[in-house]
Design a protein around this ligand. Structure first.
Ligand code: ADP
Ligand code: TRP
Length: 336
């Protein structure tokens, strides 16, 4: 039986939060346990240095993200688990793909367009003011991550759909121009999960400092949850699910039956304070065991490093084979 290849990564620019967990880590780990899949899970530290220029944070976050995956149930025996920067083949592939990627495609990338829009909104004459090439070329590096292992399925949050589509586009272009080397990847979105909203009402993101962190104790989690925006409705007043982002977070941690019950309770006037207690209790229950494993792992970083090095070795063996095919396809090969 040929197994389905599933691949995803997390950038190392902060301590993982509920959005990362619900949108990426939990579904990827669930998929990695399926007998018919082969998983590739990695720390995107070269993506990290695009947005984050604080070396200490990159370093700390690499440890935190690695410990997070392991604490959440990743089995390094079953999964190829590695750090992007330990696989130099990815950077080689990144360049080759850069040479075939249309500039116009990159002009349309959301992150770049948002940066341009910010300049225009500020009245900057140069629309590319302070935009670096790393940001501009970000989708090409992500494409290299995905194509390096011929991933068939890429589970990500909704904000990343465009990048996976670009990876398909670039893979198709390479196959057409040179040789059928690459598998066209497909994006996989967990249909039950919306993009979680953060404490300030924007997308929950490390970059916005509006997250509910994963690895806090029960009390601190309750404190974070208490900061979720609600409205001024009093206890006893009927409330609708869309009146606060707390509903979507609850849904992400509850069964459909529990979610239906929660909706009913809100409609019957459940106080926001009580709803927040119910939410924190759900989060804390699901994370109790992973939190214990996380503490043990972070107390022993050398053990995490060993796991990553073993993963890199496994990954590089495969990466080399594909990269040799790619180099050959573009005409880079030994003279004989
Ligand atoms: P951040 O925005 O916090 O920097 P990353 O860009 O590192 O997060 O995203 C890592 C993974 O987590 C991606 O697959 C992304 O789509 C997912 N993700 C990030 N934020 C959220 C969110 N608020 N809700 C659901 N998934 C998310
Ligand atoms: N760009 C992704 C994010 O910010 C992280 C990432 C890097 C990734 N390379 C990837 C995700 C390859 C999936 C596949 O969320």
């Amino acid at each position: 039986m040929t197994k389905k290849r599933v691949l995803t990564g997390v950038t190392t620019t902060g301590i993982p939060h509920l959005g990362n967990y619900v949108g990426a880590i939990r579904p990827a780990i669930a998929a990695s346990h399926a007998p018919d899949t082969e998983s590739f899970l990695f720390l995107a530290d070269y993506h990290g240095i695009i947005k984050c220029h604080d070396p200490e944070l990159i370093h700390e976050s690499t440890q935190a993200v690695a410990a997070t995956w392991l604490a959440c149930g990743l089995d390094p025996e079953k999964t190829t688990f590695y750090r992007q920067s330990d696989i130099p083949e990815i950077m080689e592939l990144n360049w080759i793909l850069t040479c075939i990627t249309a500039k116009g495609l990159m002009n349309r990338a959301h992150a770049y367009k948002a940066a341009v829009q910010e300049n225009l909104d500020k009245g900057q004459e140069d629309q590319d003011h302070q935009i670096e090439m790393g940001l501009y070329s970000y989708p090409i590096l992500m494409t290299a991550d995905i194509l390096m292992f011929n991933a068939q399925e890429v589970p990500v949050g909704r904000d990343q759909i465009q990048h996976v589509e670009m990876a398909r586009d670039i893979a198709g272009r390479f196959n057409h121009r040179f040789k059928e080397v690459f598998t066209l990847p497909e994006v996989k979105i967990d249909e039950n999960v919306e993009l979680l909203v953060g404490l300030d009402g924007r997308k929950m993101s490390k970059s916005y400092g509006n997250t509910i962190p994963l690895w806090e104790n029960d009390k601190k989690t309750q404190k974070s949850v208490n900061k979720i925006i609600t409205n001024l409705k009093e206890p006893g007043e009927p409330k609708q699910p869309d009146e606060s982002p707390l509903f979507e977070i609850y849904k992400a941690f509850a069964t459909p039956a529990e979610t239906a019950e929660f909706t009913q309770m809100l409609a019957e006037g459940l106080a926001w304070g009580e709803a927040k207690k119910m939410l924190a209790a759900k989060i804390n229950a699901e994370l109790a065991e992973p939190r214990e494993r996380y503490s043990a792992l972070t107390a022993n970083p050398a053990q995490i490093e060993d796991i990553l090095q073993a993963g890199a070795q496994k990954a590089r063996q495969q990466a080399r084979v594909l990269l040799d095919q790619v180099r050959d396809a573009v005409g880079i090969r030994a003279l004989k």
